[in-house]
Unconditional design. Structure first.
Length: 202
């Protein structure tokens, strides 16, 4: 079964977008963002469909993520503008950014993404503006993914606590919030717990 692209850690992402080579910066930066988008889509689906997600074109992945309410609708234009730059670099052997295309990414950032980078939108040099835009998009996707994974664990912890209370109505809990939090942390420590779901598709 085909698996999703590996989700990069922050160190790997930083290495990509701080590259002095613009071609490497756009291709690898785009790969990091696409991987985060794939994992966010997978997390939003009731069952894993990794092979199907991986086959989708980038634009369809963006629209699917919006349809699943996994990302904000106003993030679409920035993601598509980023993809347009990536395609130009990949297929036309481009070696430099134009101010216009980088501005299209920056102006297409969602309200949340613009808040993430704040003053970073004021950079003038195209490569720096591109780096800031990539950071905004990547951090938005990664933090949204983490929240979705954590919410599932909180729901599971709450379910387990409720079942225990229902089974033994004489049991006393001094602090319900602490009890549920303890269960959440225990679930979080289990290897592979975030996002673990049945898998379909080959």
């Amino acid at each position: 079964m085909k698996s999703l692209h590996a989700l990069p850690d922050l160190e790997e992402f930083a290495g990509c977008i701080h590259s002095h080579d613009d071609l490497s910066k756009i291709i690898r930066g785009h790969q990091c963002i696409e991987a985060a988008l794939e994992h966010l889509i997978s997390e939003a689906l009731p069952y894993r469909h990794d092979a199907l997600i991986k086959r989708l074109q980038f634009t369809l992945k963006v629209d699917l993520a919006i349809g699943l309410v996994a990302i904000d609708r106003d993030a679409r234009e920035g993601l598509l503008a980023l993809n347009k730059i990536r395609n130009r670099f990949a297929h036309e052997l481009a070696n430099s950014f134009s101010r216009e295309e980088v501005d299209a990414v920056m102006n297409g950032l969602s309200k949340r993404q613009r808040f993430i980078v704040k003053d970073g939108v004021n950079y003038e040099e195209p490569a720096e503006r591109f780096r800031v835009a990539c950071c905004a998009i990547f951090f938005d996707l990664i933090t949204t993914l983490k929240k979705a994974q954590d919410q599932k664990l909180w729901d599971q912890a709450t379910h387990e606590f409720a079942e225990e209370m229902i089974a033994d109505d004489h049991k006393y809990y001094e602090n319900v919030d602490d009890e549920i939090k303890a269960r959440f942390l225990k679930l979080k420590e289990q290897p592979g717990a975030p996002g673990s779901r049945p898998s379909f598709g080959r």
